[in-house]
Ligand binder design. Structure first.
Ligand code: DMJ
Length: 648
C-alpha cells in the first residue's frame, strides 16, 4: 500500500510512499504457506497409514487383487528381467508357470518390502513433524526455500560474458589543476567539502542510500523503495575519481563488489535508478576501466526492463526489482507516466546497448521517441503527463522544471553523445525549445528573464530551482542551433544564469529557494513557506559551470564561490551537510538530509568550475542529468545493434 504525500525532496518527482509497505502481505503469505504445509503433512500421514494397512493384511486376503491389478499397474514401469521394459498393458507374466512365475513372486515380495520400509519412514517423519512447533516448521520451510533458491542459482551459469567492444575515447579524467593559486585554493576547499560529506556518510550511513547528518544515521526515500543499495556510494564514485580521492574510490568499489545486489524486493523509481545508479556505474566504469561497474550496471538494467511491459511501451514510473511488477505514482494525472522520467533514459540505454550488444535498450528508448513524434502537441508543447495504457496525454501542464526538465536535456545530449549524428534528436530539441521560448519564457518588470509554467493555456509566472539547469542547457545547445542562432541561445543561457543568481542573492543565506515568483511586484523571491527551502540542489551551479566553460566570464566563478561559501557556512554540520528549511531566515532549521546528488552533482560542478577545461572536456564527454559523464560514441563509425541506418 502506498501513501502519497506532497514532500518535494529530490529529483523530478514530488510525493513519497510509506517504506516497508510491502512486507505485510508477504508475512501473511508465509503463514498461509505453513498452515497449508501442516494440513498436507496430516493428509499424507493418513494416506500413508491406509496404504500401509493394506500391506499389513494377511497375504491370502489380498493376493488375488494383487495378481489382477498390481502387475497391470506396476509392470509397465519396472525393468523387465530381459533388460527391456514391458509395454503398457502388456500382461506377459499372467498364466505362465515354473521358473518365470517364481522369479516374479520374488520381485513382488521385494517390492512389497521396499514399500513397507518407505511407508514406515514416512510415518516416522510425519510424526516428528507434528511434534514440532509452528515456529520450527516455519524455519524449516524457510530453509527449504532458501535451498531451492540456492540450487537454482547454482544451476544458473551466471552472467554471460559481455562482448568486447572498443573503449570510446576516454580523455581528461584527472588532474585539471588550475594555474592560478587563488583558484587552486578554492578547488582544494571544494575537495575538502567532498571529503567531509563522504567521510561522514562513511562513518554514519555506510550502505544506506543517504545520510541524516544531524541524527548521524542512514536515510532513504521512497524513490529507492525499501532497499539499502548504497545510493550515495554509487552516485559519488565518479566525483571521487575526478577529484583524485582514490582511497575513497577503492573503498566504494569494494562495497559495490561485495554488497550491491539488485535481487531485492523493493519498488524503485525507474528514472532515479537509471540516472543515479546506471549513470553512476557507467561513468565509474568509463573513468576507471573497472569491469565490475559495467557488470553491475547491466545487471541492474535488466531489472528495469519489465517496467516497459505496458500497452504502449511507455514505462511505468516504478518497478519492483524482484517481481518486475510496475505501476505509476498515485499522484500523477490520470495514472500517467511523467515526461521527465520516461524521457530521461536515452543516454544510459544507448550505452547499455553499446556495451552489451543487446538491442533491447536502444529499441526501448527509440520506441518512446517514435511514439512521441506521432502525437499531437498542444501549442507545440509537450505535456508532462502521458498515460502508458491509452497513449494519451494527461493534464496539459508543461514545465522546463520538475516533471519536464531532463526530457529536453536528453534530446540535446542524445545528439551530442552520438557525435552529432543523431540529427532527429537535435531537430526534436530545436522544435521543443522554439515552442518553449514562444509560450513559457518572459521578461519580468524588473528585466529578469524567467521560464514560467504552462497550465491549461495559462502561464504561471513562477520558476523552480530545478528550472535553473536550463541556462546551461541553452548554452550547451547554442552551437548547432538552427538559423545561426548560437549567439541568441548563449545570451539566453546568460540571462537565466543571472536570474537564478538573483534568486540566491535576494535571500538571507545567499542560497536559492526551491521556487520563486515574478508576479505582483515580486522578483525572483519565494512567497510560500513551503517553497523557501534549499536541499543542496545543483542546478544553479551547473549553469554557472557551463556558462564558465563557454564564456570564461569570471563572474561565474565568483557566483559559484559565493554559493560554495554559503553551503559551507549554513549547511555544514559535524555529521556532513544538510538542507535548510528557510533561506530567508537568519536562523534556519535543518532538514537533516544529505542528498546523494550533493556529492554527485553540486560538489562535482563546483570542482570543475575551479579546474581547467582539460578536466572532462566537453568535446569528449556528455554529462547525464545526475552529472555522470559518459563518453561521446562515434556513431558515424559504429552500428548499434537494433539501430536503423536511416537514423545515422
Ligand atoms: C538530480 O537528481 C538530477 O539532476 C535530476 O535530473 C533532477 N534534480 C536532482 C537534483 O536536484
Amino acid at each position: 500500500m502506498t501513501t502519497p504525500a506532497l514532500l518535494p525532496l529530490s529529483g523530478r518527482r514530488i510525493p513519497t510512499l510509506s517504506p516497508g509497505a510491502s512486507s505485510f502481505p508477504h508475512h501473511r503469505a508465509t503463514l498461509r504457506l505453513s498452515e497449508k504445509f501442516i494440513l498436507l503433512l496430516i493428509l499424507s500421514a493418513f494416506i500413508t497409514l491406509c496404504f500401509g494397512a493394506f500391506f499389513f493384511l494377511p497375504d491370502n486376503s489380498k493376493h488375488k487383487r494383487f495378481d489382477l491389478g498390481l502387475e497391470d499397474v506396476l509392470i509397465p514401469h519396472i525393468d523387465s528381467p530381459k533388460g527391456g521394459k514391458h509395454a503398457a498393458g502388456q500382461v506377459v507374466i499372467h498364466g505362465q508357470g515354473g521358473h518365470d512365475e517364481h522369479r516374479h513372486r520374488e520381485e513382488e515380495e521385494s517390492l512389497r518390502d521396499k514399500i513397507r520400509a518407505d511407508h514406515e519412514r514416512a510415518l516416522q517423519e510425519a510424526k516428528e513433524k507434528l511434534r514440532k512447533s509452528r515456529e520450527e516448521l516455519q524455519a524449516e520451510i524457510q530453509t527449504e526455500k532458501s535451498k531451492v533458491v540456492e540450487d537454482l542459482k547454482k544451476k544458473d551459469t551466471g552472467p554471460k560474458p559481455l562482448p568486447p567492444v572498443p573503449m570510446p575515447q576516454v580523455v581528461g579524467v584527472s588532474d585539471g589543476e588550475p594555474p592560478e593559486p587563488d583558484v587552486k585554493e578554492k578547488r582544494d576547499k571544494i575537495r575538502e567539502m567532498m571529503k567531509h560529506a563522504w567521510d561522514s556518510y562513511r562513518q554514519y550511513g555506510w550502505g544506506h542510500n543517504e545520510l541524516k547528518p544531524l541524527a548521524k544515521k542512514g536515510h532513504s526515500t521512497n524513490i529507492f523503495g525499501n532497499s539499502q543499495m548504497g545510493a550515495t556510494i554509487v552516485d559519488a564514485l565518479d566525483t571521487l575519481y575526478i577529484m583524485g580521492l582514490h582511497e575513497e574510490f577503492k573503498d566504494g568499489q569494494e562495497w559495490i563488489e561485495q554488497n550491491l545486489d539488485f535481487g531485492v524486493n523493493a519498488e524503485v523509481s525507474v528514472f532515479e535508478v537509471n540516472i543515479r545508479f546506471i549513470g553512476g556505474l557507467l561513468a565509474a566504469y568509463y573513468l576507471s576501466g573497472q569491469e565490475v561497474f559495467k557488470l553491475k550496471a547491466v545487471q541492474l538494467a535488466e531489472k528495469l526492463l519489465p517496467a516497459f511491459n505496458t500497452p504502449t511501451g511507455i514505462p511505468w514510473a516504478m518497478v519492483n526489482l524482484k517481481s518486475g511488477v510496475g505501476r505509476n505514482w498515485g499522484w500523477a494525472s490520470a495514472g500517467s507516466s511523467i515526461l521527465a522520467e520516461f524521457g530521461t533514459l536515452h543516454m544510459e540505454f544507448v550505452h547499455l546497448t553499446y556495451l552489451t550488444g543487446n538491442p533491447a535498450y536502444y529499441q526501448k528508448v527509440m520506441h518512446i521517441r517514435k511514439l512521441l513524434a506521432k502525437m499531437d502537441r498542444p501549442n507545440g508543447l509537450y505535456p508532462n503527463y502521458l498515460n502508458p495504457r491509452t497513449g494519451r496525454w494527461g493534464q496539459h501542464h508543461t514545465s522546463v522544471g520538475g516533471l519536464g526538465d531532463s526530457f529536453y536535456e536528453y534530446l540535446l545530449k542524445a545528439w551530442l553523445m552520438s557525435d552529432k549524428t543523431d540529427t532527429e534528436a537535435r531537430k526534436t530539441y530545436d522544435d521543443a525549445i522554439e515552442a518553449i521560448e514562444r509560450h513559457l519564457i518572459r521578461k519580468s518588470n524588473g528585466g529578469l528573464t524567467f521560464i514560467g509554467e504552462w497550465k491549461n493555456g495559462h502561464l504561471e509566472r513562477k520558476m523552480g530551482h530545478l528550472t535553473c539547469f536550463a541556462g546551461g542547457m541553452f548554452a550547451l545547445g547554442a552551437d548547432g542551433s538552427p538559423d545561426d542562432k548560437a549567439g541568441h541561445y548563449l545570451q539566453l543561457g546568460a540571462e537565466i544564469a543571472h536570474t537564478c543568481h538573483e534568486s540566491y542573492d535576494r535571500t538571507v543565506l545567499k542560497l536559492g529557494p526551491e521556487a520563486f515568483k515574478f508576479d505582483s511586484g515580486l522578483e525572483a523571491v519565494a512567497v510560500r513557506q513551503n517553497e523557501k527551502y534549499y536541499i543542496l540542489r545543483p542546478e544553479v551551479i551547473e549553469t554557472y559551470w557551463y556558462m564558465w566553460r563557454f564564456t570564461h566570464d569570471p563572474k561565474y566563478r565568483q557566483w559559484g564561490w559565493e554559493a560554495a561559501q554559503a553551503i559551507d557556512k549554513y549547511c555544514r554540520v559535524s555529521g556532513g551537510f544538510s538542507g535548510v528549511k528557510d533561506v530567508y531566515s537568519s536562523n534556519p532549521t535543518y532538514d537533516d538530509v544529505q542528498q546523494s546528488f550533493f556529492l554527485a552533482e553540486t560538489l562535482k560542478y563546483l570542482y570543475l568550475l575551479f579546474s581547467s577545461d582539460n578536466l572532462i572536456p566537453l568535446e569528449n564527454w556528455v554529462f547525464n542529468t545526475e552529472a555522470h559523464p559518459l563518453p561521446v560514441l562515434h556513431l558515424g563509425n559504429i552500428t548499434l545493434p537494433g539501430s536503423e541506418p536511416a537514423q545515422r
